[in-house]
Design a protein around this ligand. Structure first.
Ligand SMILES: Cc1ncc(COP(=O)(O)O)c(C=O)c1O
Length: 468
């Protein structure tokens, strides 16, 4: 009888890590008094904390991944020749096979690729539409004289909207930008998979196909930011009708095939600690990029990376499209997100691919955006437990170059970002409990005043003081 009852319950399908742990790195636990001193010394900016003062480090998923034994073995096969390293050719073959782009220009990390691409494609006065800005990408576009225009769907700016593809482009907005400025002024449309600043939200294949059609009709290139394309592919497999039977590798390839080239930060999906590249299909553009990479990064067969690092990226790219890996990666993020949701903490929905994003405006409704609620919340979470998160709101968004005012973006978020293959489910439980503690006493959290503001990418080095 009992057995019968049990058999009627829906089975919960658990995800589990498709690896076992071979080496561990001890973590330091701190007292609240020690964290108060560390936070004050860091100017209430989690970027300025020493990592040894952090217990669970959810600042970023960038370069913080644990490499596999295959990648470490690959590191020993580094060919550190100045020119023509065999690891470059391995990386080139991996990029051609997995992403399908013809030409590879290695760079030290993603922004190195963004710098070179912006220099070769953008002229002063140009317009670059994209599915939401990313900090370094937009800055390089602006430094080259361009202006970024956001053409993402409105739902992306609404933390509560459960649209399954909040990374989609609004075709009406894109058409309007093309009509207003003319295709001559648009060197490319910039497409991110997934969209970091929207909360790790995916774009659908169907939407990207429509963007391709529109761009083809006007002779406009599409440049892809595939930094987290495997996570995007997983969401497509889970959510997009007709894609259930496709492999992650097939979806990744289908996304890349709709674009003309990419700027890649290998420090995320590719499961390494450093690296990036620019990849292009066009022969002439490739030639220009190769000429410039020697000025800013290094020779065109290493571009700022050691041979061993290129080997680790090549192997990591293959691992990034393994289904069990990406299922566990996104599953762990969802585990933390749903735990926080159950506690009643306001989070961006649906839960994203690389992190859980707390809605700081809903969490701290008593704070105006110009006293930086997300910055204050990240600081408070650190004080509570030593968990390090990152602000993604008014500080990250910076000032409007035309008005000099804070941009006050619609999304004022704290990002709890999960490094790949690093933390356990118990770490997620502790993180959720720490956020819950802060949530219980949220009315007492005070805003911050910025007392030092760097001119560019201010979120990295700005310093703050508590108000009152
Ligand atoms: C979507 C996206 N593009 C580009 C970059 C820049 O890459 P990197 O940090 O390797 O310079 C990042 C880094 O966080 C990113 O998330």
């Amino acid at each position: 009888m009992e057995d019968d009852d049990r058999s009627k319950k829906p089975r919960v399908k658990s995800w589990a890590e498709p690896f076992k742990i071979k080496m561990v790195e001890p973590l330091k636990m701190t007292t609240r008094a020690e964290r108060e001193v560390a936070l004050r010394d860091a100017g209430y900016n989690t970027f300025l904390l020493r990592s040894e003062d952090v217990y669970i480090d959810l600042l970023t998923d960038s370069g913080t991944n644990a490499m596999s034994d295959r990648q470490w073995a690959g590191m020993m096969l580094g060919d550190e020749a100045y020119a023509g390293s065999r690891n470059f050719y391995h990386l080139e073959a991996a990029v051609q096979e997995i992403y399908g782009y013809r030409h590879l220009v290695p760079t030290h990390q993603g922004r190195g690729a963004e710098h070179i691409l912006s220099k070769i494609l953008i002229s002063p006065g140009d317009i670059v539409p994209g599915n939401m800005y990313f900090t370094t990408t937009r800055l390089h576009q602006e430094l080259a004289g361009g202006t970024f225009v956001d053409v993402i769907i409105d739902e992306a700016h609404d933390p509560k909207s459960e649209h399954p593809f909040k990374g989609n482009v609004d075709l009406v907005k894109l058409r309007r930008v093309i009509d207003e400025h003319g295709s001559q002024k648009i060197p490319y449309v910039c497409i991110a998979t997934t969209v970091n600043m929207a909360g790790g939200q995916p774009i659908s294949l169907a939407n990207l196909r429509e963007v391709r059609e529109l761009c083809d009709a006007h002779g406009i290139r599409i440049i892809h930011d595939p930094t987290r394309v495997a996570e995007n592919a997983y969401f497509i497999k889970e959510r997009e009708p007709g894609c259930e039977q496709m492999s992650i590798a097939e979806i990744v390839r289908a996304l890349c095939d709709l674009t003309d080239g990419c700027t890649m930060s290998a420090k995320k999906d590719a499961l390494v600690n450093i690296g990036g590249f620019l990849a292009l299909n066009d022969d002439d553009l490739f030639d220009k990029a190769r000429n410039l990479v020697v000025v800013y990064e290094g020779l065109h067969t290493y571009g700022g990376m050691a041979g061993r690092d290129m080997e680790a990226v090549a192997i990591g790219l293959h691992e990034s499209v393994e289904f069990e890996h990406i299922k566990a990666r996104v599953g762990q993020v969802a585990y933390l997100g749903h735990k926080l949701q159950d506690i009643g903490v306001p989070v961006v929905l649906p839960i994203g691919g690389h992190g859980v994003f707390l809605d700081a405006l809903a969490f701290l409704p008593h704070l105006d955006q110009d006293v930086y609620p997300a910055q204050a919340l990240a600081a408070e979470i650190y004080l509570e437990s030593g968990v390090r998160a990152m602000e993604r709101g008014n500080v990250s968004s910076g000032r409007d170059p035309a008005t000099g005012m804070n941009r006050r973006p619609k999304l004022e978020l704290v990002r709890l970002t999960l490094p790949r293959r690093v933390y356990t489910q118990a770490h997620m439980d502790v993180t959720a409990e720490s956020v819950a503690e802060v949530h219980d006493r949220r009315a007492s959290v005070k805003g911050l005043r910025m007392v030092y503001e760097p001119p560019q990418l201010r979120f990295f080095q700005a310093r703050f003081e508590p108000i009152g």
